[in-house]
Structures are given as C-alpha cells and as structure tokens.
Design a protein around this ligand. Sequence first.
Ligand SMILES: Nc1ncnc2c1ncn2[C@@H]1O[C@H](COP(=O)(O)OP(=O)(O)O)[C@@H](O)[C@H]1O
Ligand SMILES: [Mg+2]
Length: 278
Amino acid sequence: MGPRRPHARPATRITEAARKAANGSLSHRIRLPGRQDEFRELADSFDAMLARLEAHVAEQQRFAANASHELRTPLAITQTLLEVARGDLERDPGELVDRLHTVNTRAIDLTEALLLLSRADARAFTREPVDLSLLAEEATETLLPLAEERGLTIETTGGESPTVGSPALLLQLTTNLVHNAIVHNLPEQGSVRVTTRTEPGAVVLTVENTGENLAPDLVATLAEPFQRGTRRARAGRTGVGLGLAIVDSITRAHDGTLTLAPRRGGGLRVTVRLPAAD
Ligand SMILES: Nc1ncnc2c1ncn2[C@@H]1O[C@H](COP(=O)(O)OP(=O)(O)O)[C@@H](O)[C@H]1O
Ligand SMILES: [Mg+2]
C-alpha cells in the first residue's frame, strides 16, 4: 500500500495512483477527501475505473482457473483409463476405446465452447441481416427429436423479427436456450415455449420452460461460466456449464441484453432483446 500521505497535493496523489496502477497494483485507491472540485472528480472516476479493472481481472483469473480445472478433468480420466489398461493387457480393449471416446468427446465439446466464447467476446464476426424468428424455428426443428424423446411439447410462435448480426452465433444462442429449456425441464409432461416479437427499436426472443422451482438468487448466477445450477440438476447428465455464458457473451457482442427470471410454478423464462434492424 505504501505510506499514507493525506496532505500530498491532489495532483501528486493522482499521479502516484496512476503509477501504481501501471505497475499492476489495482487495489490502491486515491480516496481524495475534500470538496467536489475538478481534482476530486478526476480522483473519484479514477478510483471507479480501478475498481472495475480489479473486478475484471479477478473474473478473468477465476475463469482461467475454472477452465483449466475443467480441461484437466477429462485428461486425468484418460490417464487413469490408460494406466488401468496397461496393468491389465488381457482385457478386451473395446470397452476402453468406448470410454476413451466418451471422455475425448467431452473434452472436444468443452474446448469448442471455450473457443466460441472467446470468438463472441472478441466480436470477431461479420454482421448481416438476420431474422430471429427463422433462427427460432431452425433451432426448434433441430432439437425436436430430443424434446420428443423426453416427452416434452415445444411451441414456437412469432412473426418476422429482423436484426443485424452473425447468423451462426445467433443460431448458437437460440439453440443453447432451447436445448437448456429441454434438458433442464420436468421429468415428464414438461413444455417449452419459444416466441419472437418486435418492439419499438428491438426484437425480442423469449424461451420459457416448465421445471423445478428456482430461487431468484440462484437464477442470477446461472449465466456465469461453469455455473451448473442446483445439485439435483447436476446429478443428471449435464453439459459443461458454458451454455448460458455463451448466450450472454453473444448477446453482449450484439449490443443486446439477456434477462433470466424464474417462472411462476417452476422453470425459467429467458429473454434476449437485440437492436432491431434499421
Ligand atoms: N431453461 C432452463 N431451465 C431451468 N434451469 C436452467 C435452464 N437453463 C439453464 N438452467 C440452469 O443453469 C445452469 C447453467 O446452464 P448452462 O450454462 O447452459 O450450463 P449446462 O446446461 O451445461 O449445465 C444449468 O446447469 C441449469 O441448472
Ligand atoms: Mg446448457
């Protein structure tokens, strides 16, 4: 932290804070006392910037640690499977190959999800006219067999909803939401509703599903990377916990907003609002 110098001149304190930040110390704050003059305003906004930067860096570190942990898991399982196989060369390799294949597929899915996330975050895509209602229909059609397998009904409605963006990323967003609405639903007699509509200046996609009751404070964390909801939900076959993080970053890359809300009676309602095409 360094010695406190409450009597140093404002300009000196601000310069010192800038130097500390440049050297990587993001926890220092100027906390300039006194009246609301230009120095005070500058110091306050500098402090606010440092706080945001510090939170952002902490988030990145958490993300890297979680991603490394998740990537290590399939590698560690692979190693164990191989060691066991080496100790027992008489065993039928068919089973080993099957298990290695499953673990490897999961590692590839995870890596692809991470790549997708960084691509959306970097806004590295070209923008073209997209009709959100067509994407909703396409995602629903692709996932219909999965819904039928689980005894769910899906209803997709909505008129033309033109926006501008990456058709591939927006299809991924829609697919992730419909996929979640299917797999995190009731064990039987569940339903999913997908709607698209236009509002002044915006197009809105809503994906709503029945399911278990969700506490609002849990719902608030679901879009964080690697967040996998309740323990009960995790007990079943789960994804890697990046689906909603990807939806969030694709939405932000399109200057839109994502809202998650518990449904009355259980389940979730997800709303994505994107700027309408001019
Ligand atoms: N439509 C939904 N209904 C109920 N819970 C959901 C829904 N979508 C997501 N969740 C909860 O949010 C968690 C995170 O979702 P996601 O990021 O897609 O990861 P994953 O599906 O791989 O677990 C899920 O594990 C689940 O608990
Ligand atoms: Mg998911």
